[in-house]
Design a protein around this ligand. Structure first.
Ligand code: PFF
Ligand code: NA
Length: 453
């Protein structure tokens, strides 16, 4: 028996808030800056922006469109569409891989969400005030060194996520998103303002926006594309699920532009807040996943009102991570609910529990298993921890491949009329969109794969 969800978002605003809630998260504030730093700066940012524009937007629109036409969860949407259009049932794999990707991502996302929770606690007791970079660095490495601490924070983050999915209080979350997202934007502006007075603003800006292609490896190109998928929550069926709640009158193109602008602006502001602090304190931009935790507390420790801003920042970061995590857990739960005799509560506990359990591998990747490289026999994966591998296989493989399949399906396997009718845009804009969906986006993804092989 299939359970259908035909309720619709009450308004365009509700829909946009939910999509922004899913897309804006750790990807923007934690991952984008450290990946930029690891991949050499401006050239990475440029490729990332191009991927957002040429690949991300067409795929985001394709996912919403599929959801709106299929009116179901991603797997059921794809199976009803393939049946009606007489297409191969293999396209249903889009939904299957989406759920696998969501499971793998949530397992490590929750551990990093846990770091942010730990920093709420540190910020609350005013730990950062007056500390210099060494002491700030030590705070972070002490935290990583303790599997027990990481496990506790990861568990708490997972409990918070499971709690919302169990209680179904998403309405409350959307209302909170409406105030907290603008607050986050204002706070980021304050932080960029502080960075502007830190003495190395020009250096930070030029690091982010002056492309130096000699610093960008082919793997960096793949990382930039993968991150475009990650940050927009693409290739995971999530936006397909959201599209199924989308009222007919809502314009998909305009909504996509709003969500993408929000997401991109927040990532760029995070970069502008962080890199000047990095250079002003002689830190290394390529220090990896700890980058924001080693730089922003320095700023909070020295700026006027730093205690307040620091606490507020980590609270908002956790909130943004939490709304994204909920959007990752939902589809896994729905799938369990549909495929097993479990009730909603049972499905949530099983899916949440399984994600929590896999998260332990990420917890250990930063301490006890720091030298364990399960695929180390392959040169490509040498020295990569389980956390690094989970990140690699999701962002660089599963998401782009699933997204590629999605856009090929919409571009080549659906009729022009049906797509046209659902996108309701002007003739010119539609033709441009269709060209992007049929050629630019798929060839872009394939080209990046080829370059990085
Ligand atoms: N887009 C989220 C972020 O940038 O933090 C992460 C994420 C959420 C990825 C949901 C994938 C997803 F399905
Ligand atoms: Na994002």
């Amino acid at each position: 028996m299939t359970k259908q969800h035909h309720a619709q978002w009450s308004s365009r605003l509700t829909f946009i808030l939910a999509a922004v809630g899913s897309s804006v998260g750790l990807g923007n504030i934690w991952k984008f800056p450290y990946m930029t730093g690891e991949s050499g700066g401006g050239a990475f940012v440029l490729i990332y922006l191009l991927c957002i524009l040429l690949v991300g937007i067409p795929i985001l629109m394709s996912e919403w469109l599929l959801g709106r036409i299929g009116q179901r969860n991603p797997i059921s949407t794809m199976s009803s569409l393939t049946t009606r259009l007489k297409r191969s049932p293999a396209w249903v794999l889009i939904g299957v891989f989406g759920i696998l990707g969501a499971y793998l991502i949530l397992s490590f996302y929750s551990v990093i969400g846990g770091w942010a929770l730990a920093y709420i606690q540190l910020g609350a007791v005013n730990t950062f005030t007056g500390l210099e970079s060494e002491a700030i660095g030590a705070l972070f490495s002490d935290m990583l060194a303790s599997p027990l601490q990481l496990l506790l924070w990861h568990s708490l983050f997972m409990i918070l996520t499971i709690g919302v999915v169990l209680g179904g209080v998403t309405g409350g979350l959307e209302r909170a998103t409406k105030t907290l997202m603008p607050t986050l934007v204002v706070l980021l502006i304050v932080l960029v303002g502080y960075a502007a007075t830190s003495g190395a603003f020009a250096e930070g800006v030029s690091y982010l926006f002056t492309p130096d292609f000699s610093k960008l490896s082919s793997d960096g190109v793949l990382a930039a594309m993968g991150h475009a998928f990650f940050t927009l929550s693409l290739g995971m069926g999530i936006m397909i699920a959201y599209g199924s709640y989308l009222p007919k009158h809502v314009n998909i193109g305009r909504s996509a532009i709003i969500v993408v602008l929000m997401d991109t602006a927040i990532a760029l502001m995070a970069g502008l807040a962080i890199f000047p602090v990095v250079f002003a304190n002689d830190l290394s931009p390529s220090s990896g996943p700890g980058l924001i935790f080693q730089t922003l507390p320095l700023a909070f420790g020295h700026m006027p009102g730093g205690w307040f801003f620091g606490l507020l920042f980590f609270v908002l970061l956790v909130f943004a991570a939490w709304t994204s995590a909920i959007s990752l857990l939902e589809p896994i739960v729905e799938w369990f609910e549909e495929k097993t005799p479990l009730s909603r509560v049972g499905a949530t506990l099983v899916a949440g529990g399984a994600t929590w359990a896999l998260g332990i591998a990420t917890v250990l990747s930063f301490n006890v298993w720091a030298d364990v490289a399960p695929l180390g026999i392959f040169a490509k994966f040498e020295g990569m921890t389980i956390f690094a591998l989970l990140d690699y296989f999701t962002s660089k493989l599963i998401l782009p491949l699933t997204g590629l399949a999605t856009v090929i399906f919409v571009g080549w396997r659906m009729s022009r009329e049906e797509v046209r009718e659902n996108l309701n845009m002007g003739e010119m804009a539609f033709n441009l969109w269709r060209f992007a969906a049929r050629f630019i986006a798929p060839l872009g993804v394939v080209a990046v794969f080829i370059v990085s092989l």
